[in-house]
Design a protein around this ligand. Structure first.
Ligand code: FES
Length: 358
């Protein structure tokens, strides 16, 4: 993928809930083909706040067939980017964005007859909405079940659009809403999507063996609970796709072990390729990760979360060995192919060679 940023024009900012907006963007004509995307992918946006560059990933909520670029942004407490997008961003503004990327996606096929199920929590609906639309539009014989958790009905993002989809695909889209702070008549729909609730859902509402792929996106504890429940109900790991946007802090012991590894790597030389240019970089523990060492050496290596979740900083190791602190962004197949998250990586041998290209 290209790591360049392009200037996108904001076409519309639409209020979806009291604390969430959707933003429709338009790519410049000469970069339009770079902004073609797969359902479930996201954009990395970049903006300076008080002289400091901030990058954030936001999922596209449109399906590729809609021909628009649209993201959902929920305001989070203390979130500089999401607060700005909710309170100040207006049509006509210009925003820097990297081409769409991410592996939380599916190759829908018109001949398939599959059953997909998604668990979404809060703004985690954004990539799921893209996947639902793409699945139902592309695969006329497939069906989709959505389990969507929120605190209150007023906080449900894209409620109108979801209701419209339900009307349009009445036989193929099944939707269950779970509300934490409001009482529903049927007990199972009350409360958060925790482990107990997921077990209930898999016993009563969904037959796990009937599902060809599960998509999960929402708060960390919700995703952990669903992942564990699916495993216990016999669902193979390969059928479960998870999209994380945040991660927990390292424990004190993990942080100390990571620090020791970084100190040990001091002075190791790495060969780094980016945009066709190869540069030798010496690891300095003060810069912590390979990513920050590469950037300190003057190469504009891509990144967004720096937390091991978004995979924007992905590079392929072609020689030597590196270790990662955490990995929430790469699949088993990518790991087997030698990819690492450079924001989490430390060299552990001499002669590490890695490439951000391809
Ligand atoms: S920058 Fe997000 S995983 Fe490295």
């Amino acid at each position: 993928m290209s790591h360049d940023f392009h200037k996108l024009r904001v076409v519309e900012v639409r209020r979806e809930t009291p604390d969430a907006v959707s933003v429709r963007l338009e790519a410049p004509r000469d970069a339009a083909s770079k902004f073609e995307f797969k359902p479930g992918q996201h954009l990395t946006l970049r903006r300076e706040f008080n002289g400091e560059e901030v990058r954030r990933n936001y999922s596209l909520c449109a399906s590729p067939n809609e021909g628009v670029l649209k993201i959902g942004v929920k305001k989070i407490a203390g979130g500089v980017f999401s607060t700005w997008a909710n309170e100040e961003l207006k049509a006509g503004a210009v925003i820097d964005a990297m081409a769409p990327h991410g592996s939380f996606s599916w190759n829908f096929d018109a001949t398939a007859a599959n059953h997909y199920t998604a668990f979404a929590g809060g703004s985690g609906i954004t990539p799921i909405l893209s996947l639902i639309k793409a699945a139902l539009e592309t695969e006329p014989k497939s069906r989709f079940t959505l389990c969507y958790g929120n605190r209150t009905a007023a906080g449900i993002m894209f409620l109108e659009e979801l209701a419209g989809l339900k009307d349009r695909y009445i036989d193929r889209l099944q939707m269950f809403h779970f509300l934490e702070d409001e009482e529903e008549e049927v007990a199972i729909f009350n409360g958060r999507l925790d482990r107990e609730k997921c077990d209930d859902i898999l016993r009563t509402l969904i037959t796990p063996s009937s599902v060809d792929a599960f998509f999960i996106c929402g708060p960390g504890p919700m995703m952990d609970a669903i992942e564990a429940a699916l495993a216990e109900h016999g669902v193979a790991k390969g059928k479960v796709l998870i999209e994380r946007f945040t991660t927990a802090e390292l424990s004190a012991a993990q942080a100390a072990a990571a620090r020791a590894l970084e100190e040990k790597a001091a002075g190791l030389k790495m060969s780094v390729t980016l945009n066709g240019r190869r540069v030798s970089v010496t690891f300095d523990p003060a810069n912590k990760s390979i990513l920050d060492n590469v950037r300190a050496a003057g190469l504009p290596a891509p990144f967004a979360c720096k937390g091991g979740v978004c995979a924007t900083c992905r590079a392929k190791v072609t020689a030597g060995k590196v270790e990662m602190k955490v990995n929430y962004g790469l699949s088993e197949a990518e790991l087997a192919d030698g990819y690492v998250l450079t924001c989490q990586a430390t060299p552990v041998s001499e002669g590490v060679a890695l490439s951000y290209d391809g």
